[in-house]
Write a protein that binds this ligand. Sequence first.
Ligand SMILES: Cc1cc2nc3c(=O)[nH]c(=O)nc-3n(C[C@H](O)[C@H](O)[C@H](O)COP(=O)(O)OP(=O)(O)OC[C@H]3O[C@@H](n4cnc5c(N)ncnc54)[C@H](O)[C@@H]3O)c2cc1C
Length: 458
Amino acid sequence: MGAKKVVVLGAGISGLSAAWRLAEKGFDVEVYEKEPYVGGLAATLKKDNYLLDFGPHPFYSEDAEILDVFKDLVGNDVLTFERDCLLLFNNSYIHYPPRPGDVLFNMGFKTTIYSVLSYAKSQFKRAFISGDERTFEEWAIDSFGKYLYEIFFRPYTEQFWKIPSDKLADDWADARVAKLNLFKTIALLFFKGKTGERLNQIERDTLPLYYPAYGCGMLPERIAEKFKKSGGRIFLSSPITRVNLSNPDKYSIEVKSGQDEKPVNADLLVSTVPLKHLVNSILPSPGKKVLKYANSLKSMGLVVLFLVVKKRSILPVSYVYCFDRIYHRITEYNRFSKKLSLEDENLLSVEISCYEGDQYWNSTDEELSELCIKDLIRDGYIRREQVKKTYVLKSNSVYPVYLVGYHEPLRNVREYFQQFGNLYLLGRNGSFTYIDQDQAMRIGFDLADKITRNHFNS
Ligand SMILES: Cc1cc2nc3c(=O)[nH]c(=O)nc-3n(C[C@H](O)[C@H](O)[C@H](O)COP(=O)(O)OP(=O)(O)OC[C@H]3O[C@@H](n4cnc5c(N)ncnc54)[C@H](O)[C@@H]3O)c2cc1C
């Protein structure tokens, strides 16, 4: 009997990691990717002379095996650097990691005293109240007190998600989910040692940071090379449009290739494409109930505006998190690697969270540049004449949105997939779970091992 054929949908880090290991184990593996490049959210795009990550992507991991694989793949191009961030709050900076005295000097004495008193009150109340599923608002007030919630957590959260805090589930407050660092920062600033379980995730932020000299996309590109050397095949610019699951022994996938659609057969299927998209592509139809559940799983998009700036050093740190701006984070790329732009230049990015079809999503590149540059000039980071060029990258499926009550639809959708013994959901959008690059590699390898155990020579 020949090797089983595995089709992997999506060439992000999780799909490529699974594909690579499966090919090494002897499976016949094909990867179909809608974009003309590999890497998904962790790709680096080359535009003119510039290398653009989709948001800054340092690599860190407490998983020794994964860290070794990363270092081995990126080789001499691995750079190391310090994690340094600032929060721009009330026109003052708060450092991350926190330094003694920052709280008092930078947030102000009054804020600190109110915060501590309000926190004490919330802890007192909490001793008498217990609840199951909480909203983000309830979690934040319980954990940090109403005062900090009102001045800090609510504005930042609502600015980022564009959703009222009492409509968000408290899951996203988990430090792993809140890839914004704000909550981790505050937790460390005020309540070190009191966030229980969460501190373990917070501690991930103290891990050493690595970055590939030519952009984070080096990692998926190197995995793709290894995969191909092991006999695997990658088809780029090949979005999947239909997934026919009617024959449990041989799935049939429709792939768009130029103007044509071509059928591809698979014994086993691994999907990393957004869960909602997968469900809507399935034949025979999964039925109204599953479709309704899947369509209620909301994802938020991201617009990243890059500025090529004639200034070698711009920010006091690598990242600045912002309140009251249309963007929530500014990043300076020379602090990651000086090879991403030309010698006398620098790259700055600002990230704007948005939803497909909203005001920011629909803005032209010129409108976005104008809006952001105005604020960057006002905050003293750049002068207009220093901006040489701008680029805009967009993706509509970046952050799974954990709305209150999202567990129920997600559980139902996952249950629906359990009937298909040869289909596996994987990855950040594929399984509607927040993960970092190292975790995407880990779950990709682990899934490949599981498939090998269950299906090799079976
Ligand atoms: C702004 C931002 C900053 C981040 N910062 C960090 C960081 O500092 N450190 C870190 O470790 N991680 C970071 N991450 C997380 C990291 O990017 C992700 O964990 C990782 O890239 C997820 O990989 P994935 O394979 O699970 O998903 P994806 O990268 O989403 O891969 C899914 C793939 O499926 C493809 N696809 C979608 N639809 C179709 C279709 N119809 N047909 C075929 N293919 C399709 C997509 O194009 C994509 O390539 C960050 C993420 C973002 C968005």
